[in-house]
Design a protein around this ligand. Structure first.
Ligand SMILES: Nc1nc2c(ncn2[C@@H]2O[C@H](COP(=O)(O)OP(=O)(O)O)[C@@H](O)[C@H]2O)c(=O)[nH]1
Ligand SMILES: [Mg+2]
Length: 198
C-alpha cells in the first residue's frame, strides 16, 4: 500500500453524502486538536492533504481520504471541545454516533490520544469502542513533547488507565518527528488485509 498515493475525496455532514462503494474504511476518533489531521498528513507524507489547525474545534465535517485506492481513512469531527456551543456539540456527537453505528464500510475505529493527557471525553470514546464490535487500537500522538526516558512509563500508565488487555494495540507516534509512523503504517496494511469486508 503506497500511503503517498493519497488524496482527499470529500467531506460529509449527512450519511447520504458519504461515498457509496465497497472500499473499507478506518475512522480516526479523537478530541479536537489531538493531532488527527497531522497524523493523516504524516503517514501520507503530504502536509497539504488534511487541514491542520492550532485552533481547536475547526473540523465539523466527516472527511474522507483515499489511500492508494485500497482503503479510506475517515477523519471524524473532534469531540469534546469546550468552546463550541452545546447545540453544536450535540450535533457533532449525533453525527459521529450515526456514522459509527451505521457505516457499512467501516472495519476499524482508532482512538487518537494526546500522550500528555487523557480526558473524560477520551474515556467515553474508549468505552464506546470497547462496547462495539471493533477491536481496541489506540494511537498516542505528540510523543515528541515527552522526554524519551519517560515514554515507556507513560505508555504503561495509559495501559493501566484504560485497562488494556493483550489484544489491544497501543502505538506511540509523533507527527512532528515521524517516530512510530512506519510501524503504524505496517499495522494499517495488515489490519486491512485481516479485516477486509467486501
Ligand atoms: N509537537 C507536535 N505537535 C503536533 C503533533 N500532531 C499535531 N500537532 C499540532 O497540534 C495542533 C492540532 O493538530 P491537528 O492535526 O489539526 O489536530 P486535529 O484537530 O485532531 O485534527 C496543530 O498545531 C499541530 O501542529 C505532534 O505529533 N507533535
Ligand atoms: Mg483535524
Amino acid at each position: 500500500m503506497n500511503f503517498q498515493n493519497a488524496l482527499f475525496l470529500k467531506s460529509a455532514v449527512f450519511m447520504n453524502q458519504c461515498p457509496n462503494d465497497n472500499v473499507c474504511e478506518i475512522a480516526l476518533l479523537g478530541r479536537s486538536n489531538v493531532g488527527k489531521s497531522s497524523f493523516i498528513n504524516c503517514i501520507c507524507q503530504n502536509k497539504k492533504l488534511a487541514k491542520t489547525s492550532k485552533t481547536p474545534g475547526k473540523t465539523s465535517l466527516i472527511n474522507f481520504y483515499s489511500i492508494d485506492k485500497a482503503i479510506r481513512i475517515v477523519d471524524l469531527p473532534g469531540y469534546g471541545y469546550a468552546k463550541v456551543s452545546k447545540v453544536e456539540k450535540n450535533k457533532w456527537a449525533k453525527m459521529i454516533e450515526t456514522f459509527l453505528e451505521t457505516r457499512k464500510n467501516l472495519i476499524g475505529v482508532f482512538l487518537i490520544l494526546d500522550i500528555r493527557h487523557t480526558s473524560n471525553d477520551d474515556k467515553i470514546m474508549f468505552d464506546w469502542i470497547k462496547n462495539s464490535k471493533y477491536c481496541i487500537v489506540i494511537i498516542a500522538t505528540k510523543t515528541d513533547k515527552i522526554l524519551k526516558t519517560k515514554l515507556n512509563l507513560i505508555a504503561e500508565d495509559i495501559k493501566r488507565e484504560f485497562k488494556l488487555d493483550e489484544d489491544s494495540k497501543l502505538f506511540l507516534v509523533s507527527s512532528k518527528t515521524k517516530v512510530g509512523t512506519d510501524e503504524i503504517k505496517k499495522f494499517i496494511e495488515s489490519f486491512c488485509l485481516r479485516n477486509k469486508k467486501f
